[in-house]
Design a binder for this molecule. Structure first.
Ligand SMILES: [Zn+2]
Length: 194
């Protein structure tokens, strides 16, 4: 079964360090191919990609080139990432930034890591000599249906350090705006709905 208009709850799935990706998830959503300026290929949930493409096009009109750095990952791929980071970046970094296989939001296809292509250099953070994410990109992502999934100051709730590059599609601009304006994480929003 693919995502249908009346199945909007799919877009609110919670995957974090305590909640594993639901069984047979990839039977429930439609993943479609996408690529970036370097020719790297990704799979992204169909509606998420459509929203991202609109965001990218609008920023491009203003001279800001946003590209995909990562999106859907299989459980096997996440396992390889975990092992690589543990080996190369150490345990502290890995526990802060990398999810265990099965517990990454990237398994949903609803999350995208983005970067700004600045004359061929990849920019991921607020600073790095530029000021893209916090002042320019973050205030506008909700109007495309995205939230900043790992905001600064919410590390205890999300379980992750601030990730300015990780956007999560929640199914509608109205909902993304509500979550953002209330200053909530997805965890807090879903808890409040119970
Ligand atoms: Zn990410």
């Amino acid at each position: 079964m693919k995502a249908e208009k009346n199945d909007r709850d799919l877009y609110l799935v919670l995957v974090n360090k305590q909640n594993r990706i639901p069984e047979n998830w990839t039977d429930k959503v439609e993943l479609v191919p996408a690529s970036n300026c370097d020719g790297e290929e990704f799979l992204v949930e169909k509606e998420t990609l459509c929203a991202l493409d609109k965001l990218k096009a609008d920023f491009l009109k203003e001279g800001v080139k946003i590209e995909i750095d990562s999106s859907y990952r299989s459980i096997e791929k996440q396992q390889r990432i975990w092992e690589w980071d543990l080996e190369n970046r150490g345990e502290e970094y890995t526990r802060l930034y990398v999810a265990l296989a099965g517990y990454s939001e990237h398994h949903t296809g609803l999350a995208v890591d983005i970067f700004v292509d600045k004359n061929g250099t990849r920019v991921y953070r607020d600073k790095d000599g530029n000021n893209y994410f916090r002042p320019l990109i973050h205030p506008r992502i909700a109007s495309y249906g995205f939230i900043l999934r790992y905001p600064e100051g919410k590390e205890e709730i999300t379980g992750y350090a601030y990730e300015p590059w990780h956007l999560r599609y929640v199914g509608s601009p109205a909902l993304a705006a509500e979550i953002t304006e209330k200053g909530l994480t997805l965890e807090e929003y879903l808890e409040g709905k119970k």
